[in-house]
Ligand binder design. Structure first.
Ligand code: ATP
Ligand code: MG
Length: 443
């Protein structure tokens, strides 16, 4: 295939190809924090009995238009959409995962036997202005409970997120709650909103004027500080809710109270997608500047039917991985990079077979081993001095020295790299794995 590189911002003058703006490489050692977070999430999801689901990154564009709503930031201006050159189909890189999960649940009749608790992790794509905490490829971890109508499931999901913050050691995360009620209740509120905003038409920005009649609720979701006061004084949806909606909200609140999780009502919290009803919530921090929402979610009882399934209730949330990791860093709670247990020093290539024979079982046993490997062809293994320097830099606790002498006697030398005295001791090769087992059990 011929590809023109003209007007292509990812190709530099020198002809190097760079990553696309707003799409980041995640490199070591930082990538270890991603793995650490993902491990914690997997363990926690298992404890709440949520099962993993993996859906494609590309979906039919119609899924998002139907699922998210036409008059939303995402559908109006943030989607990466293109035509499949081969069959003309309109495709979109997923901007979020709920619509895809619901599509999969419907397609595979997963609710046939009752409700499902699911979670996912992965990249999402939105064409936004890149800045701290806002990227074009970013990552979400999300949890969805489908087929359960009760407020206790809303509460369970909120408690799941709260448990994750605790598991990660995050503090200063605030929970905001609101209820979007039911479509009927929103209709009355919508009329009141339009009357109110029409009376202040001169204060509306471009987005808001455009949405005044198509989706006035969305105006409450504005990020424009100039409209803050106006939005603050707008009619509150909470005042339009009937008994059943209020009771649902109160049940969520009382479970959170019983569990000792603090919450605040934010009557202007409406969330960015059209599919929400009843409970909506966000976890917010003040420590990340204006990109302070680390997790958001709510109930979306209408979406499954909207996407062509048999009507069924659902509720879920998604968190932004980059923002959570940034907050961990901000709070000094991010784990330090993991160093290998052992660095293998190899004075000459002749000891390689013996080294592999010893190191393979060590690794099988769970010891992490970095083997010294020269980077220049034809220059041998390098001096012992330079190998020890690399061993120190690796952060390993011990060096395993495969000296020719020792190896010929069936032995290796273990040298401590961290006790300051460089204590060393010789072991028969057959005993190294016993030594490693003891090493694993001592911090
Ligand atoms: P925002 O109001 O910040 O644009 P949103 O309402 O569009 O967020 P959601 O669609 O609810 O966000 O996504 C859930 C979470 O994913 C957000 O709370 C945030 O942590 C994260 N997130 C959303 N968009 C981005 C992005 N462009 N870059 C990084 N993280 C993001
Ligand atoms: Mg957004």
């Amino acid at each position: 295939m011929r590809v023109s590189t003209e007007n292509n911002k990812t190709v530099t003058k020198a002809g190097k190809i760079k990553a696309i703006k707003g799409m980041n490489d995640i490199l070591p050692p930082h990538s270890a924090q991603w793995e650490w977070l993902e491990d914690k999430v997997r363990q926690l999801m298992a404890r709440f009995a949520y099962q993993n689901i993996r859906t494609p990154i590309l979906e039919n564009t119609g899924l998002f238009i139907r699922g998210l709503g036409e008059v939303t930031d995402i559908v109006e201006k943030e989607m990466y959409s293109f035509e499949d050159r081969l069959n003309g189909e309109q495709l979109t890189l997923r901007p979020e995962s709920t619509a895809g999960v619901v599509r999969a649940v419907v397609e595979h009749t997963m609710l046939y036997e009752g409700g499902k608790r699911l979670y996912y992790m992965g990249p999402m794509f939105r064409h936004e202005r890149p800045q701290r905490g806002r990227y074009r490829q970013f990552h979400q971890i999300g949890a969805e409970a489908l087929g359960f109508p009760g407020a206790e499931v809303d509460a369970e999901l909120i408690l799941l997120a709260d448990a994750l913050w605790k598991e990660l050691g995050l503090t200063n995360v605030r929970l905001e709650l609101n209820s979007l009620g039911q479509p009927e209740e929103r209709k009355a509120h919508r009329a009141a909103l339009i009357t109110y905003f029409e009376a202040h038409a001169d204060q509306l920005d471009e987005d808001a004027s455009r949405r005044l009649h198509s989706n006035p609720l969305r105006i409450l979701d504005t990020k424009n500080p100039a409209m803050k006061d106006l939005v603050e004084a707008a009619p509150r949806l909470l005042d339009f809710l009937g008994e059943a909606s209020l009771a649902h909200l109160h049940t969520v609140q009382s479970i959170l109270d019983a569990a000792g999780v603090a919450w605040q009502i934010n009557p202007r919290l409406v969330r960015g997608m059209d599919y929400y009803n009843l409970t909506v919530f966000e976890f917010i921090t003040e420590q990340l500047g204006s990109q302070g929402t680390i997790c958001g979610g709510g109930r979306y009882d209408g979406l499954i039917e909207q996407i062509g399934g048999k009507p069924a209730p659902a509720v879920g949330w998604a968190l932004g991985v980059e923002r959570v990791l940034e907050l961990l860093k901000e709070q000094g709670a991010a784990p330090s990079p993991v160093a290998p247990d052992v660095y293998a020093i190899l004075p000459s290539a002749s000891v390689l077979p013996a080294a592999f024979r010893v190191l393979q079982p060590l690794r099988a046993q769970g010891t992490s081993v970095q083997m010294h490997t020269p980077t220049q062809a034809g220059e041998g293994m390098g001096s012992m001095k330079s190998q020890f320097k690399k061993a120190d830099a690796s952060g390993a606790r011990y060096a395993l020295i495969f000296g020719e002498d020792e190896v010929s006697r069936g032995c290796v030398t273990v040298k401590s790299l961290r006790d300051g005295q460089g204590q060393q001791q010789e072991y028969a090769m057959a005993q190294v794995s016993e030594w490693a087992a003891i090493l694993k059990s001592t911090p």
